[in-house]
Design a protein around this ligand. Structure first.
Ligand code: HAM
Length: 448
């Protein structure tokens, strides 16, 4: 048997419905916030990530899926989405558009990490980016939009942790302080950190080998080295988060594992298998567009791991209102009835109902069982005599009530019958009011 590569997953069955549901919530929230969907290539030239994420980061030095294509070009399966979005922003001259450009994406990323719960080699991220605004309102909007998506999904135990790395001047001052602090203690640090000390001392702080050592825990903190402008800016971000009623904690040890950040950095954490894991993270990257050859364009963004998000939903035992039923199942016995079943199924589906039929020559008795397994609300039982009279038998699978219905009125009949069904009316406008079970009183579907 050929098995899937380590660190990858097959998503199917009821789990796939959970994923689709989450993606629908993301789409609907992003639409409300006026972010446009963007889709960039899964592989890009390796240079993009070397320059974008940083040559001394763990992602670039240890985790990239690099390959040479048949034209001998160095390519990389994208480890994250921001660099590709920025490349696209520059290449397509989006900076000439009305700024800011607000985009979101959802797709697979690739990191050669040691696989464990919540750490995949093929991971899925959704992310959102605001390109072309330096206003702290963008920082607060991104964080609150992320929190609102988690809330819409029903997650409760989510913690927002924020920090500031400051502007260039603050970061230069901090860098010097870090070098002075670590230099006398190099023998306590791993080989990689010894290498990082002059190249990029900030990366020592997110070293996975040394992370539990006191020398790292007691290192100087970025917020103690912010200049006045950076401190004021950070205060504004907090003020706007308060305004939007986002709860957060300032955690001065957050530096993030990618080099492109300045000013605000943040992580959003949830409990997964007893561990507090980041389900999302992001920050401001005011220098990246210029670094990659575009005009000076301040940006802020965020990305969330869907694999971890699904795990967090399971951990909190959140019952998502997933549609796992059929409106009707069409049953038949002979070839003529089967042809009609195929035709009728198409008509019913095109009228907007979820409909299925028999594919494996089951007996009529077994088809009843199949309809139950598929949780079909109505059964349409075809019979040649009824069809000759222009009628079909429709059975309500809950009440067991049966009615012979004129075929030309079948769609109206289904419409009428299913209109009263609370799981059916998912297209109506909802007021945002919740019932005791936490579901919307109007659509009975979303959680607010
Ligand atoms: P990141 O923190 O590297 O940031 O990844 C964002 C999220 O992706 C993490 O919080 C985590 O939920 C998920 N994630 C990362 N690695 C794995 C993995 N191996 N397995 C499962 N999930 C994982 C970024 O990627 C930045 N591009 C975020 C950003 C957007 N910053 C600005 N804009």
């Amino acid at each position: 048997m050929i098995t899937k590569p380590k660190g990858t997953n097959d998503i199917y069955g009821s789990n796939a419905k959970v994923w689709k549901y989450i993606e629908e919530i993301i789409d609907s929230v992003m639409e409300k916030y006026n972010y446009n969907y963007i889709r960039t290539p899964i592989f890009e030239s390796s240079e993009l990530f070397h320059r974008g994420i940083g040559d001394t980061t763990d992602i670039v030095t240890k985790e990239m899926y690099d390959f040479k294509d048949k034209g001998d070009r160095n390519m990389t399966l994208r480890p994250e989405g921001t660099a590709g979005v920025v490349r696209s922003f520059i290449e397509n001259k989006m900076y000439g558009d009305n700024l800011p450009v607000k985009v979101y994406y959802n797709g697979t990323m690739y990191r050669y990490e040691r696989p464990q719960a919540g750490r995949e080699r093929e991971l899925t991220q959704f992310g959102m980016e605001i390109l072309g605004s330096d206003d702290p309102m963008g920082d607060a909007e991104i964080i609150s939009a992320a929190v609102n998506i988690y809330k819409m999904l029903g997650l409760k135990n989510v913690k927002v942790e924020i920090n500031s790395l400051g502007d260039n001047e603050s970061r230069v001052a901090y860098r010097e302080e870090l070098i002075n602090y670590f230099k006398p203690h190099l023998s306590f640090l791993c080989d990689d950190c010894n290498d990082r000390i002059n190249k990029n001392p900030l990366r020592i702080l997110d070293c996975k080998v040394d992370e539990n050592k006191d020398i790292i825990k007691n290192a100087p903190k970025t917020i103690d080295y912010l200049n006045d402008d950076s401190r004021e800016r950070f205060e504004k971000v907090k003020e706007y988060l308060d305004l939007l009623e986002v709860e957060y904690e300032v955690v001065p040890t957050i530096v993030r594992g990618l080099d492109y950040y300045s000013h605000t950095v943040f992580e959003i954490k949830a409990d997964i298998n007893g561990n507090s894991l980041a389900i999302g993270g992001g920050g401001r990257y005011n220098g990246l567009v210029e670094e990659l050859g575009g005009p000076d364009t301040p940006c802020i963004g965020f990305a969330s791991g869907l694999d971890r998000l699904v795990m967090a939903l399971k951990e909190e035992k959140i019952d998502l209102p997933i549609k796992d039923y059929l409106d009707c199942f069409i049953m038949y016995v002979n070839e003529d009835e089967k042809k009609y079943a195929m035709y009728l199924a198409q008509e019913i589906r095109m009228a907007g109902f979820i409909c299925d039929t028999e594919y494996t020559k089951r007996s009529l008795k077994a088809q009843f069982k199949q309809a139950d397994r598929l949780k079909s609300k109505f059964l349409i039982i075809l019979n040649s005599d009824d069809l000759n009279n222009g009628q079909v038998m429709v059975k309500n699978n809950a009440t067991k009530e049966e009615n012979l219905i004129e075929i030309e009125y079948l769609i109206y009949y289904l419409d009428e019958q299913l209109a009263d069904d609370e799981t059916f009316d998912y297209d109506i406008e909802c007021s945002g009011e919740c019932g005791d079970d936490g579901h919307c009183l109007d659509c009975h579907n979303h959680k607010h």
